[in-house]
Design a protein around this ligand. Structure first.
Ligand code: DQA
Length: 148
């Protein structure tokens, strides 16, 4: 049987990882994180689709397109986390289990980062573990999907 597919969606400015505020986000690039996710996915029997856009509508389209097609979503919506009702609505409409991820611990940062619209539609949220958060999210989804 084919492996379940997990869609990993990354929002604005995450294409700048490696160069962007390394003291906050670390030195790994998004390509490094993509390689990590494909490797770990393969090791635990999940196929990974990895995407990034700076445009809110792309994130909405990809989340809508996940409905009935993928087994789970990992979402780091970047700054749209704190602003986007449209992304929340897309997640609610998609009815696909979602794990929210942030590289940094958003609760240790500015107050405007403490609220997440995404959390309302997420099974859970992982923040503060850098790129390892994506691995933790893949493990969480594997467990949820297999019901173990
Ligand atoms: C982020 C946290 C957000 O507040 C910020 O706007 C980002 C990245 C993180 O991964 O820590 O772009 O989602």
């Amino acid at each position: 049987m084919a492996n379940p597919t997990i869609l990993i969606v990354n929002g604005p400015n995450l294409n700048m990882l490696g160069k962007r505020q390394p003291e906050v986000y670390g030195s790994e690039t998004l390509a490094d994180i993509e390689t990590l996710c494909h490797g770990h996915g393969a090791a635990i029997g999940l196929d990974v689709e990895f995407r990034q856009s700076n445009h809110e509508g792309d994130l909405v389209d990809w989340i809508q397109g996940a409905r009935g097609r993928v087994a789970g979503i990992i979402l780091n919506a970047g700054a749209y986390t704190h602003t986007s009702v449209a992304i929340l609505d897309a997640l609610l409409a998609a009815e696909v289990v979602c794990v929210e991820v942030h590289l940094s611990n958003i609760h240790q940062r500015e107050e405007f980062r403490h609220h997440s619209f995404v959390s309302k539609a997420a099974k859970g949220m992982i923040c503060g573990f850098g790129s390892h958060g994506y691995i933790l999210a893949l493990d969480a989804l594997a467990r949820l999907i297999r019901g173990s």
